[in-house]
Structure formats: structure tokens, C-alpha cells
Design a protein around this ligand. Sequence first.
Ligand code: WAQ
Ligand code: MG
Length: 267
Amino acid sequence: MRASKTAPAREGRNGERELHISGAEGIYPASEIPFVVTRYTERALTHPKGTTDKIVLTAELIREKPHMILALPVSTVSCRAPDEGKTIVQEILSVLGITKKALHTGFGVIQKGGMRGAAIISAGRGFRLDPDKQRGVRVSRLGITAPASRMLSARLSDCGINTDIVREAVILASKVVSHKGVIAELCVSDDPDYTTGYVASDTFGYIRIPHIKVNKSTVGGRVFFVHEGLDITGLISYLETTPVMVGRVSPCAGTHSVYEVLNSSHR
Ligand code: WAQ
Ligand code: MG
């Protein structure tokens, strides 16, 4: 599903532009499609980013057998303000070998906001590698099996964070970092009232960072940091079209300091 609204062109340009409001995707049994369509439509119509004037829903049969993956373990770091959040992001990413330059490019993309997909950035030189800079790359064809979904809900509930937003983000991040070329993902929601972001990596799992942005801010986005010299076409094809489902779930920890989280590397 994708929902947008029409806005006047930027100064000095002609015509109108489509502002991204909300998007969602999943892999479901055909019998669930009517319910999913209702849920996604309601989400688009009640989105905190504003009133949508266009909702596009697409349903496609997946013929390929989905590739099964393990969900990342979830933890939360204590963080009280955006400045502290930025420092925490820097610490995690530098341990993962992502340069300051790459991080600078990444923060730039998120600060600008307004994208429907994610940016791909090389972890060393900090170059933006995805071809459509306005749209980015939209991760799709991802889902979770029914038993894994029940387990994920139970584990997230134990930590008091069992919401659609967290569940969908954990599934997405697990697909993204399951590709060997991706070192880490940085995410900040573009919803004005959602201020928790995350850094996901195969090494440290899904690390939630509360107060990564100020309330009421509509900037946000996603950035995938990748190994230098990676085959970008192959990565985009994996993210956009390879069906991937979470079949098993990892533990969920409570809130800890960033050092505790970094010292408990799970793999
Ligand atoms: N593929 C690529 N990029 C995406 C996708 C996707 N499927 N969905 C969203 N994005 C990008 C896009 O640029 C959005 O503007 C941006 O991410 C933010 O999307 O554990 O809600 O849906 O509490 O606002 C993080 C949860 C929530 C943290 C993230 O993102 C937690 C969130 P949003
Ligand atoms: Mg959003």
C-alpha cells in the first residue's frame, strides 16, 4: 500500500508533486487479503502525517518459495534527547566500521526526509549508491509466519513494545541485514509523533533508540550502509523482489546502556 497527497510544486517549479504519507507491505495467505486491505486502508486514512488523496493497493501472487530467516534480537538503549541519540548512533556505527563520512551522508538523507524508500550508502567513502535519489529503494516481499508472529508478539509484549510499528520495523530490518552486503541500517520514523529510531546490524541486532528526534518533527528516513564495491543491482533486487519471511524469533531485552548492548554481541 502507498498513500500520498498532492502538494504544490517547490518554488520555481511547475506542476504539482506527490508527498509520501504512508506505505506498508507484507506476505499473507490469499484468504487474508480482504482483512489486510482494510487494515492498510484504515492506516492510510488516519495517518498522523496528514490527509491522503491517493491510496494505491497492489496484491500479487508470489510463486517463488520464500527464503526463511531469523528475526534480529531486540534491545533498547537508554537515551533522553536527540543529541545523545546521535552520539549513540555514532558509537554503534563506528564499532561496525562505518566511517564518519558515511554517517554524515546518512544523517543528511534523514534530515532532508520526504523519501518513500531508503538510501544506500557505501560504508567507507560515504557515497550514495541507489539510482533514484528522490524515491530510494523500497523493501518489499517480506513477512512473518503465523507461529513466529505469535512468538514475536509475546516477546515484544514482555518488553512492553508490542505495536505494529515495532513489529513491522523488526521484520524489515531483519530482511535488510540478512543480505551479506549490508552492514547496518539506520532508521528514524518520519511520523511527527514517533520519536524512537533504531540501528540494526547482524552483529548487534535491532537496537532501539528513544528520543532520536524531537516531537512534531516530520523528518525521517532509512539508510542502508553497505560494503564498498558491493553489487548494488543484486542488493536492490534482493530487497525489492526476493520473498523473505521471518520463521524464527530471537530474544527481546529491556532497556540498557549502549555499552551493555554493544558488549552482548549475539553472534
Ligand atoms: N523500504 C524502504 N524504506 C522504507 C520502507 C520500506 N519498506 N518503509 C519506510 N521506509 C522509509 C521511508 O523513507 C520512510 O519515510 C521512512 O523509512 C520512515 O518510515 O522499535 O515507522 O514507516 O520503536 O515512518 C521504527 C520503530 C519505526 C522503532 C519506523 O518508519 C521502534 C517507522 P516509517
Ligand atoms: Mg511514517
